[in-house]
Design a binder for this molecule. Structure first.
Ligand code: DNO
Length: 348
């Protein structure tokens, strides 16, 4: 496996120097952040990122994400033009050494949480989603500002998008995903890039918006649309893992055996009685997921893709981007490295 760390570019308070000091760190996961979805990424930005990483002994070879424009997901008139731009961005990334590109196909919003700084008894804070804070919210009626939601949409636009997605429904979203994959995957194959779709977080409908990358049955359907290793998964344990019905360790074994996991996001969540969840420290005993079992399954199936410690808590007084501090993610990386070493040595 190739250990990696997400870096938000020059505006990230965490420096590449600090990241390079984490034992076993190899790759940087980043993106061009100052360009809107649907626009071409300047080559200079990619070249600069590559150079900066190399200057710190790191490799910039994973992109998270090239965002998919809502009009692609909705299959609107300008979709062909937008797909051309998307393909051009893949080509440009590949030119600067990128091997894996993550994206998602979630309507309107990326991940959903109700609080980003829930304090645990030990004083650390983390992201949570509590149903009693979600119930009763109706984006069609109320002005909703959930933490982390894309503030680039006005409430009016959000309402318009929600009704447009309501009109196409789940099957419409699948059709538009199919069109996207049939255009994009051949380009990725041509330039040696693995496209890794991120599951919906959480993996069930929110506010009636369709969500399709949610469970084993749907992942099977997704992988069959284009049966190529370039069409693969970014298997996020914490996203899939907050639905009790997903057996994440089993899914990891199955898709890794098939050679269809390009990227692993490893983190733990604690699922509560009512289906609410809290992000926890990476250790198995801290949450509902057995991280040891997950890593063991990766090792036993010869996984050689990218791994990153996903969301950490805020600890030791650190402040910054929720989920993306240095300290707890570095602890996560070290724990995951330990599990890999133990499982690999056990196998010999
Ligand atoms: C959350 C991340 C997601 C992920 C996108 C991929 O912290 O895992 O925002 O980057 O869904 O497109």
């Amino acid at each position: 496996m190739k250990m990696s760390f997400r870096w938000y570019g020059e505006s990230d308070p965490i420096s590449l120097e600090y990241i390079s000091q984490i034992p076993g760190m190899r790759s940087i996961v980043s993106a061009v952040y100052d360009v809107k979805p649907g626009e071409v990424w300047p080559e200079e930005s990619l070249a600069r990122m590559k150079e900066q990483c190399e200057a710190h002994g790191l490799v910039f070879d994973v992109v998270e994400s090239i965002p998919v424009h809502e009009d692609i997901k909705l299959g609107r008139n300008n979709v062909d033009e937008l797909l051309d731009v998307y393909c051009e961005n893949i080509r440009r990334c590949a030119k600067y050494g990128v091997k894996c590109v993550t994206y998602n196909f979630m309507p309107v919003f990326d991940w959903t949480r109700t609080q980003l700084d829930k304090k645990a008894p030990d004083g650390s804070t983390s992201l949570v989603m509590y149903w009693d804070q979600m119930r009763g919210l109706d984006p069609l009626k109320d002005d909703i500002h959930l933490p982390g939601w894309d503030s680039s949409y006005s409430q009016e636009e959000v309402r318009e998008l929600i009704s447009a997605y309501g009109a196409i429904g789940e099957e419409g979203l699948w059709r538009n995903l199919e069109k996207f994959l049939k255009k994009v995957i051949p380009v990725a194959e041509e330039c040696g890039v693995v496209m890794a779709i991120h599951p919906d977080d959480p993996p069930y409908p929110i506010f009636g918006l369709p969500r399709i990358i949610t469970c084993e049955e749907h992942l099977d359907r997704f992988l069959k649309i284009v049966d190529s290793p370039a069409n693969s998964l970014c298997l996020c344990t914490g996203s899939l893992g907050c639905a009790k019905t997903n057996d994440v360790a089993k899914m990891v074994r199955k898709y890794s055996e098939m050679g269809r996991i390009g990227f692993m996001h490893i983190r733990n969540v604690k699922i509560m009685e009512d289906g609410s969840f809290e992000e926890r420290a990476h250790l198995s005993r801290c949450g509902s997921l057995d991280i040891y079992e997950i890593v063991k399954n990766l090792v036993e199936t010869g996984f050689d893709g990218y791994v990153r410690p996903d969301h950490g808590r805020m600890i030791w007084g650190e402040t910054g981007k929720p989920g993306y501090g240095l300290f707890d993610r570095a602890l996560g990386a070290t724990y995951i490295n330990g599990l890999f070493e133990a499982c690999e040595k056990d196998r010999k």
